[in-house]
Design a protein around this ligand. Structure first.
Ligand code: ACM
Length: 525
């Protein structure tokens, strides 16, 4: 009897027209009503003081997507058609409830982030069904909150520099898909991209060159630009985490200040800092002191990856040899771990927490003082070791979360791992792939992140091509509790995004119609 009743209710709800949304990432729960919509040609908003910036950002985004509205104005609760309400009942740092009736859209949340994400859902509903003038959004109720607190994207601007406007555009799309961490890889071998006032040659000398042209004029962000971008991101609920890579991947800094170089190898010249010199620690701590002041995030990423690529000269460097004797360090890895431990303490002294790539999990840093990023997908033992030792961990394995890998077997340009690559299907299936790990250590997995390394990404167009639509798939798996969003449904929900990409001249890849979006290839060194 009960099941017949249930079937009748289910049948009834189909008849009364519950519709699916096209929102990405997929909301935790949504009940939309077919055929009923809120139509607006002027936003009349009601909110608490201080939340106007959220409405301003929202109406600018609508205008940016070509939705023409009369000037947005403040109204009282009775006449408003967009209401933002802070309510403690909607618990969860980023949770929101959205109720849309033919009279008004009401976003409820206990935080500004929740209100912001509710507005992003309104924005996505609005762009899914644009009107010639004004907007219409389907009526219904959405209750939503993310699974992971860390939903990140990393951009490498050392190998290629894209500049302020491109970064802001990336942040806009991240916000649209409710991603909330931008990891900024600002230093490496080809170029140093952040102004440090105490050491101006880092940018005037170290900023010269990129991956394909070592003589390209210096490009970098001034401290004023960094502050502007950090503020821009914060208004979109995105925290920026800077990475200053050490002790390897240091060639750009070493060109500027060779006195702190620890040498390199034939393939990776001047690759490391010199861990045997006290002056090196002062130099790097001075740099981190300026970085700490520029970025409000509690994290600073110190890299720590691939040191063995170019630390062979430590074997013959008198300072390093003296350090090994004094500290009783038996080999080069012990030197590397001594260095990273010391620098993690300098980060802690700046009231920040260090993040490092997964090489650092054997360095003996206390788990309370560091977060790790698991990137070597072929070394699951490194992930297990991190978790066993209690490290908070962000998952960003090369397959499927390095976006410099190709996304289709038909693509020629970009990386492959043997024959493997980072397709949309693989990204969407990522959660079910790692479900066992996730369920064993739910409190230690902070979230997931995709990384865009730019050896093969030399232009804004190619950056787009490698980013979209994979950024949306990343958001779906990072936000939704659904272990593996279905590919077909993802493509259905992507339709408004595909249209927006076209309107905004984003050079995306359309896996359903690849001929319409031919591969934008990279250039080789
Ligand atoms: C890395 O890809 N070297 C973290």
């Amino acid at each position: 009897m009960k099941s017949i009743f249930f079937l009748l209710v289910l049948f009834g709800s189909f008849c009364s027209g519950f519709a699916q949304t096209t929102i990405i990432p997929e909301p935790a729960s949504s009940q939309m009503e077919e055929g009923k919509a809120l139509k607006i040609n002027q936003i009349r908003f009601f909110c608490q003081p201080g939340q106007e910036v959220l409405v301003r950002n929202f109406s600018q985004r609508l205008a940016g997507f070509g939705i023409k509205l009369k000037d947005t104005k403040q109204a009282n609760l009775k006449t408003a058609n967009l209401v933002l309400e802070k309510v403690s009942q909607v618990s969860g740092k980023e949770a929101y409830r959205l109720v849309i009736t033919p009279e008004a859209a009401t976003v409820q949340a206990s935080t500004d982030a929740g209100l912001f994400y509710g507005l992003q859902s309104v924005l996505q509903l609005a762009v899914a069904a644009p009107l010639a003038s004004g907007m219409q959004i389907s009526c219904g109720t959405i209750q939503d909150q993310p699974h992971f607190g860390w939903r990140g994207l990393m951009l490498d601007e050392s190998r290629h520099f894209f500049g302020k406007e491109k970064v802001k555009q990336l942040l806009d799309w991240m916000a649209f898909y409710k991603l909330n961490r931008f990891h900024w890889h600002l230093t490496d071998e080809p170029g140093w991209r952040i102004e440090i006032l105490k050491y101006p040659k880092l940018t005037s000398v170290g900023g010269i060159g990129n991956y394909i042209d070592p003589k390209a004029p210096a490009t970098f962000y001034t401290q004023a630009e960094v502050k502007e971008i950090v503020q821009y991101a914060a208004e979109r609920c995105i925290e920026i985490i800077p990475e200053i890579d050490m002790p390897g991947h240091a060639a750009a800094a070493n060109r500027a200040y060779p006195e702190f170089s620890g040498g390199g190898s034939e393939r990776y010249p001047e690759f490391t800092f010199n861990p045997g010199k006290e002056e090196t620690y002062r130099f790097l701590t001075d740099i981190l002191t300026e970085v700490a002041q520029l970025f409000p995030s509690k994290y600073i990423h110190l890299g720590g990856d691939e040191v063995h690529f170019g630390n062979q000269q430590w074997n013959t460097n008198a300072d390093v040899q003296a350090l090994m004797k004094k500290q009783n360090l038996k080999d080069l890895q012990a030197v590397e771990f001594y260095f990273i431990n010391r620098m993690s303490k300098e980060v802690a002294a700046l009231n920040k927490t260090m993040i490092g790539w997964d090489e650092i999990v054997t360095a003996g840093i206390p788990a309370s003082q560091c977060v790790t990023m698991w990137w070597r997908h072929d070394k699951t033992e490194q992930l297990n070791l991190a978790l066993k030792q209690g490290y908070h961990t962000v998952l960003c394995p090369r397959i499927p979360l390095y976006f410099d890998f190709v996304q289709s077997a038909s693509h020629k340009s970009g990386r492959y791992w043997k024959k493997d690559f980072a397709s949309l299907e693989k990204i969407l299936g990522f959660r079910s792939f790692y479900n066992e790990t996730l369920s064993s250590y739910p409190e230690l997995i902070d979230g997931i992140q995709a990384n865009i390394w730019t050896e093969t990404i030399h232009s804004a167009e190619r950056l787009d091509y490698m980013t979209y639509p994979r950024m949306a798939a990343l958001a779906d798996v990072a936000w939704s509790r659904n272990p593996a969003p279905e590919y077909k449904d993802f493509i259905r929900r992507m339709q408004p995004s595909f249209r927006l990409y076209q309107e905004k001249n984003i050079s995306y890849f359309n896996p359903e119609n690849p001929e319409s979006t031919p591969e934008i290839v990279g250039v080789k060194k």
